[in-house]
Design a protein around this ligand. Structure first.
Ligand code: GTP
Length: 595
C-alpha cells in the first residue's frame, strides 16, 4: 500500500487536464508511442471532438523514484457541472489531487468548486500553473491567486506546460512525495467504493472501484450494498491502457470488476461492494441516487421510427444510468419519450449521440425542470412536463428547484451580471473580491432560469470573462403558470411551458414573435397566439403565400419538376404537421432562442 498513490486532476474546462494527463502517460510509458493519440483518456468520439471529458475513467501508471517502483492511479474526473456527483465520487476515491490552473486564465468557477470538494475530502492538493509556454501567461498573478485559495507556499506551485512537456517529472515526483498512500485494512471485511462504470457490448457493465478495506479475489461472491444485488466476481483487474486481469486486489488498489451485470441501472456510482459472506458493517458514506434535473420530450421525426427510437434510447441508457425515459404522447408530435437529464449539456450530448451513433432523426421539445405539485387534496407529485400539471383549481401550490450559483468574473462586469441574475429571479448571497480585480459572486436562483438561456446571456454580459458553476439547493414555492401556444386556434402541447407568473406576458409575446420568424409562410394565414388558461395574451400572424414551387419550370421539363419536388420533400423532413400548419423542428425550441 505504501507504493500506491491515488490522485485525480481538478481543473476548469480547457485548462489543460487531458493534455497534461497525456504527457504523464507518455512519460511513464503507459502508452506505447505507436498507439499514441492526443487525449488518450477521452475515448468517446464525441468527447474528443468537443474537447470535453464526459465520463470519468481511471488508469494506472508505473513510475520509479529512488529505485522504488510506484503505482500511480490517475482517476480522471469530468469537468462539467452536470456531472458534479461523478466528480465527487472520483475525488472520494483519491488521497491527492493535482490542481491545474491555466496561466492565462487564472482560477475559474469550476476550479473553486472542485477544489472545495477536494478539501472537504481531505485530499493533498498539488497546485500546478499550466500553459506557461504561452506568451500571455500571467504566472505570478496566477500563483498569487493559488496561494490565496489553497493556502499553500508559493514554492510549492509547479510551473508546467502540458504542451511542451516541461516539468511533468516534477509533477510525478510531487505526487509520490506529497500525496499520502492509501490507508486501509487488507484483512478487514471488504469495502469497495464504485466511482464509475462503463458499458462494453461484449462484456456487459464494467464497474470501476477503489478498495477501501479488505481483499477481493477473482471468483468471490459479492454484493452491491445500496442496490442489494449479488454477483460473482467473474473477472477483476487493474486498468492500464486496457484492462489487465488479476487474481487479487486489496485495500488501496483501484481496479475493475466484471460480473455479468447487464444494465447500468444495477451499478450506481457511489455504491459499496462487499462480500456476501462476512460483509462490511456499513456502506461507504456519501452515496446519492442521482436524480435527473432537466426533462424534455424526444420524438421521432418520422412516426414509423418510434420503436427504433425506443431501442436506441434503451441502448444509450445501458451505459448512462443518469438518463431516464418514459413513453409520452403529444397531440402535436405523436408518440415519443419524456427523457430526464442531469443538465443541459447532458441533454445535448444525448441528442447528438442519438443522431450520430443511432442515426435517429429526432425532435426535442423545450426542456423544463421537475416541479413538486401540492394539490388541495393534500397530494404531492412530481411533474416533469407542463401537460402533466393538474387543473389550476386543484393546485394548492407548486415548488421549483433552486440552485446556488457561483460566478467568477472581472470587477468590470459585476453590474451587467448582477442585472442578469436579478432578471432571472436570482438573490444575491455573497460577493467576495479575490486577488486582483476578480470577484466571486454567489446567487440563489431557480434552476428553471438556467435551463433557458442563462449561459449565453452570461457570456455576453461578461464578454466571455465569467465562469459559472452551480449546485442544487432544495425546492422553493413559486408562482408558476402554464403558458400555451396556439396555432390557428389549436393548442400545441409541445410548445407549452411552465413559467413564473411575472414573466409570462413577456415570454408569451416573445414566443409569438419568434415563432412568426420560424414558421414558414403557408397557403393560408397562420395565427400564432399565446394564452394562459383561456386568456389570450399575445398574437402574431404569418401571412399566406401562394407559391407553387414547380411554377417556374414552365411546365416543360418533367424530370426537373420531379427533382424539385423531391428536394422539397427532403426539406420537409424536419417539419411537423400540427393541425393544418407545418412547423419546423427549430420552432419547438424557439423558447431557448429568445432575445
Ligand atoms: P476538459 O476535458 O474539457 O476539462 O478540458 P481539459 O482541461 O482536459 O483541456 P485540454 O487538455 O483539452 O486542453 C484545452 C486546450 O488547451 C487544448 O487546445 C490544448 O491543446 C491546450 N493546451 C493544454 N495544455 C497546454 C499548454 O501547456 N500550453 C498550451 N499552449 N496549450 C495547452
Amino acid at each position: 500500500m505504501e507504493k500506491i498513490r491515488n490522485f485525480s486532476i481538478i481543473a476548469h474546462i480547457d485548462h489543460g487536464k487531458s493534455t497534461l494527463a497525456d504527457r504523464m502517460l507518455q512519460l511513464t510509458r503507459t502508452v506505447d508511442e505507436r498507439d499514441y493519440q492526443d487525449q488518450m483518456l477521452d475515448d468517446m468520439d464525441l468527447e474528443r471532438e468537443r474537447g470535453i471529458t464526459i465520463k470519468s475513467h481511471a488508469i494506472q501508471m508505473r513510475y520509479e523514484k529512488d529505485g522504488v517502483d510506484y503505482k500511480l492511479n490517475l482517476i480522471d474526473t469530468p469537468g462539467h457541472v452536470d456531472f458534479s456527483y461523478e466528480v465527487s465520487r472520483s475525488i472520494a476515491a483519491c488521497e491527492g489531487a493535482l490542481l491545474i490552473v491555466d496561466a492565462t486564465q487564472g482560477i475559474q468557477a469550476q476550479t473553486i468548486s472542485n477544489l472545495y470538494m477536494a478539501i472537504e475530502h481531505d485530499l493533498e492538493i498539488i497546485p500546478v500553473v499550466n500553459k506557461i509556454d504561452l506568451p500571455n501567461a500571467m504566472i505570478d498573478e496566477v500563483k498569487d491567486q493559488i496561494v490565496d485559495m489553497v493556502g499553500c507556499e508559493r514554492d510549492d506551485i509547479i510551473e508546467a506546460s502540458g504542451k511542451t512537456g516541461q516539468n511533468i517529472e516534477l509533477i510525478l515526483e510531487a505526487i509520490i512525495d506529497k500525496v499520502p498512500h492509501p490507508v486501509g485494512d487488507e484483512k478487514a471485511p471488504l469495502q469497495c467504493l464504485i466511482f464509475d462504470s462503463v458499458f462494453n457490448s461484449y462484456r456487459g457493465i464494467i464497474a470501476y472501484f477503489k478498495i477501501v478495506n479488505g481483499t477481493l479475489h477473482k471468483g468471490d461472491k459479492v454484493k452491491f450494498v445500496n442496490t442489494g444485488h449479488e454477483y460473482n466476481a467473474d473477472e477483476i483487474g487493474i486498468l492500464g491502457m486496457g484492462m489487465k486481469p488479476t487474481k487479487e486486489l486489496s485495500a488501496g488498489d483501484v481496479g475493475y470488476i466484471i460480473s455479468g451485470i447487464k444494465t447500468s441501472k444495477e451499478v450506481k456510482v457511489g455504491d459499496t461492494i462487499t462480500h456476501v459472506e462476512n460483509p462490511c458493517d456499513k456502506a461507504i458514506s456519501g452515496f446519492e441516487d442521482v436524480k435527473p434535473m432537466v426533462f424534455a420530450g424526444i420524438y421521432p421525426v418520422d412516426a414509423d421510427d418510434y420503436e427504433d427510437l425506443r431501442a436506441s434510447i434503451e441502448k444509450l441508457q445501458l451505459n448512462d444510468a443518469s438518463l431516464t425515459f418514459e413513453p409520452e404522447s403529444s397531440a402535436a408530435l405523436g408518440f415519443g419519450f419524456r427523457c430526464g437529464f442531469l443538465g443541459l449539456l447532458h441533454m445535448e450530448i444525448i441528442q447528438e449521440r442519438l443522431d450520430r451513433e443511432f442515426d435517429m432523426d429526432v425532435i426535442t421539445t423545450v426542456p423544463n425542470v421537475s416541479y413538486n405539485v401540492y394539490t388541495k387534496d393534500q397530494e404531492v407529485f412530481e411533474v416533469h412536463n407542463p401537460s402533466g400539471l393538474p387543473e389550476a383549481t386543484a393546485i394548492d401550490y407548486i415548488e421549483e428547484p433552486f440552485i446556488t450559483a457561483q460566478i467568477i468574473t472581472h470587477a468590470d462586469y459585476i453590474g451587467p451580471i448582477m442585472s442578469l441574475c436579478i432578471d432571472k429571479r436570482g438573490e444575491l448571497k455573497n460577493q467576495i473580491f479575490l486577488t486582483g480585480n476578480r470577484v466571486e459572486i454567489t446567487f440563489q436562483m431557480p434552476l428553471a432560469e438556467i435551463v433557458f438561456d442563462f449561459y449565453d446571456k452570461l457570456k455576453s454580459a461578461s464578454r466571455g470573462y465569467a465562469s459559472f458553476d452551480y449546485h442544487t439547493s432544495g425546492y422553493r414555492q413559486a408562482k408558476l403558470v402554464k403558458l400555451d401556444i396556439l396555432l390557428n386556434s389549436e393548442s400545441v402541447d409541445a410548445l407549452s411551458t411552465l413559467i413564473h407568473a411575472d414573466n409570462a406576458y413577456d415570454l408569451g409575446r416573445k414566443m409569438c414573435i419568434k415563432l412568426k420568424e420560424l414558421i414558414p409562410r403557408q397557403q393560408f394565414d397562420v395565427a400564432i397566439q399565446a394564452a394562459i388558461g383561456a386568456k389570450i395574451i399575445a398574437r402574431e400572424t404569418v401571412k399566406a403565400v401562394r407559391k407553387d414551387v414547380t411554377a417556374k419550370c414552365y411546365g416543360g421539363d418533367i424530370t426537373r419538376k420531379r427533382k424539385l419536388l423531391e428536394k422539397q420533400k427532403k426539406g420537409k423532413k424536419r417539419m411537423r404537421q400540427v393541425g393544418n400548419v407545418e412547423v419546423p423542428q427549430k420552432a419547438f425550441l424557439a423558447v431557448l432562442k429568445l432575445d
